[in-house]
Design a protein. Sequence first.
Length: 227
Amino acid sequence: MAKTVFIGVGHGGSDPGACANSLIERDVNLIMAVTCYNVLTKHGVNAILSRWNNTESDTIYEEVQEENAARPDVAFEIHNNAGGGDGSEFYYYSGDPNGKRLAELCKKHTEAIGQNSRKVIAGDQFIWINSTVATAVLCEGFFLDNAADKQIADTVAEQEKFGEAYAKAILEYLGIAYKEPSGNSGGSNSGSSGDLMRVQVGAFRGRKNAENLVKELKAKGYNAIIK
Ligand SMILES: [Zn+2]
């Protein structure tokens, strides 16, 4: 049976979370979460996101309720930080060795993309950790207000790397082998002719419109780019 992973996307709507250096935590959390969702889904995991846009409000209480109703194998909450620190933080429930293992895997896979670890520690004080029934981890990927963190996390592509790292951690935790995506960059094309068929979906005069379409396509799992 497919494993289920519930991904809580921190903050939302009128609650922006941390804000610094023109970055809004609410928006960054969603980019990481959608990427994580896409990678998990491609590996046969039944992934669920607590929200799909930045306009709806999504309180921690609603998230926990949805998460417990879904009865997932993993309850994964995505946040980012501010307040003067440097590096990632991963929290788990003190009485759950599985949560600790998943948090340590998050550290391993975010270190692999260049992020330093600040702490992997019990976080029983967090609602996400103490109110979810499933094995739970809460991530604080990087500090929006830290110069070193900003260097590796202030673009959408870099934030997607965090989402990918989280997915790799979850897959390893679940015992599912990670497979590199194929067929969209020409490198590992499995077709016989070697010719790539490119599909164009629109051209815009306004960059914002192009960016919106890319965002929409990415949310659906396509590897869209602006040229
Ligand atoms: Zn937050």
